[in-house]
Design a protein around this ligand. Structure first.
Ligand SMILES: Cc1cc2nc3c(=O)[nH]c(=O)nc-3n(C[C@H](O)[C@H](O)[C@H](O)COP(=O)(O)OP(=O)(O)OC[C@H]3O[C@@H](n4cnc5c(N)ncnc54)[C@H](O)[C@@H]3O)c2cc1C
Length: 392
């Protein structure tokens, strides 16, 4: 039940990974916080709703996100330990590269400069360690042994449950788009309308609505955040076979392949997970079809035939369709609304945001309390309508 008569210090709209961690950190300041979500935390429609997400330190030359991953991994681990759940699997993350690939060369420099444990592996060593994989085009790689994967949906739900235990209020409720600008002589959003006709009062409203942000703020964000359809496949390994489980297989990213394939080991017996990091067509997060077509499976099998031959004819045991919420270049959007001084926009995870949830929550809390300088790359002003991906 929501108390519509209570005035909260903060209302956070959206309990995906960004909203959940934001509510967590706001509550730690002693503030009153209401977290709400139209479909529940990490639902099947949310970008955070997948089974697993990769947490890697490497971002090519982009040191900003390497530092944010470095900040977030121990926070995920501490949270998992405190709540007694296995939310992180240290599977290792392997980058597959060749001599033309400056991204991985620069990634290695950034890892070394930041004291991150890593191993540079020649192709023969990759073949020796992982005989179930076959990469004729790969001449070397980088292994991050301390990185791995997060149990995404379960982790977000655990963060929300923990925040509720620490005193936040949570409600299943849907916010309707607020007006695009304040009334005359006002600079704030006084109340947030809900789909039920009720409205909520708060000092500050934080919209962490992932791919729904352009729906809530069409004047501001249409074309600046573009949800794209992304398909994910799980393949069933042969019986009595652990070649695709850790420690035999790490997370790997075939960065030099044009379709940007990446794979996660079989965790909790769901199967070998594989997806392609290219942006798909525009997607409607409420009503878009989440059924994968046969054509996609044919493309997948062609890739497997060459690179994971023993799974080439393996059964597809599960598929998922999720959406990225891309900004023009892949940088997050974390900024104050230009017209409402008490409204914040938090999103633009752009296919790589999950791992950064704890750092995003900390950052948003420091921003709304005016306790840290803003990162210019996260500003609304830098978000263009022409898509030119720069963060991988
Ligand atoms: C297939 C796929 C693979 C990915 N792989 C990785 C990876 O390996 N590593 C990684 O770090 N990241 C990865 N990502 C990206 C990452 O998952 C997202 O960037 C991140 O989950 C975004 O979280 P969010 O909280 O911004 O959005 P969401 O999780 O979508 O949360 C937004 C929430 O807002 C709620 N909401 C929306 N509108 C309203 C409203 N009007 N009223 C109330 N509630 C509302 C929704 O119900 C939803 O729960 C991947 C994404 C996809 C789709």
């Amino acid at each position: 039940m929501i108390s519509t008569s209570k005035k909260y210090d903060f209302v956070v709209i959206g309990s995906g990974v960004f909203g959940a961690w934001t509510a967590h950190y706001l509550r730690r300041t002693g503030a009153s916080v209401l977290l709400l979500d139209a479909y529940g935390p990490a639902s099947s429609r949310a970008s955070s709703g997948g089974e697993t997400r990769v947490i890697r330190m490497g971002y090519g030359p982009d040191e900003l996100y390497t530092r944010w991953s470095m900040r977030s991994l121990p926070l995920w681990q501490e949270f998992a330990e405190r709540t007694g759940q296995q939310l992180f699997h240290k599977t290792g993350v392997l980058w597959l590269s060749n001599h033309d690939d400056s991204y991985t060369r620069q990634l290695l420099d950034v890892l070394l400069r930041n004291g991150i444990r890593c191993e540079k592996l020649p192709a023969e060593e990759i073949r020796r360690r992982y005989p179930q994989l076959s990469f004729a085009d790969v001449t070397w790689g980088v292994l991050e042994p301390e990185s791995g994967l997060l149990m995404a949906r379960r982790a977000v739900q655990a963060v929300v449950e923990d925040a509720i235990r620490s005193g936040i209020d949570y409600a299943l409720a849907s916010a309707v788009p607020p007006p695009s600008s304040p009334q005359a002589n006002e600079s704030k959003l006084r109340t947030l309308p809900l789909s039920t006709g009720d409205s909520l009062s708060a000092g500050i409203f934080i919209f962490a609505c992932g791919p729904w942000l352009p729906r809530l703020f069409p004047d501001l964000l249409a074309g600046r955040i573009c949800p794209t359809r992304q398909e994910v496949f799980f393949l069933g390994p042969p019986p009595a076979n652990n070649d695709f489980q850790p420690p035999k297989m790490p997370v790997w990213l075939h960065h030099t392949h044009a379709a940007l394939p990446y794979a996660l080991p079989d965790i909790e017996n769901r199967g070998f997970k594989i997806a392609f990091d290219l942006h798909g067509p525009h997607f409607d997060p409420d009503a878009g079809s989440r059924v994968v077509g046969e054509a996609s499976i044919a493309l997948l099998r062609a890739y497997l035939k060459e690179h994971v031959p023993s799974l080439c004819n393996a059964p597809v045991v599960e598929t998922r369709v999720c959406q990225y919420e891309n900004t023009s270049n892949g940088d997050f959007l974390i900024d104050r609304h230009p017209q409402f001084e008490n409204v914040w926009l938090v999103g633009g995870g752009s296919g790589h945001g999950f791992k950064h949830g704890p750092a995003v929550g900390e950052y948003v809390t420091a921003q709304v309390l005016s306790k840290a300088a803003p990162e210019p790359r996260f500003s609304l002003a830098t978000k263009q309508t022409v898509r030119k991906r720069e963060v991988f």
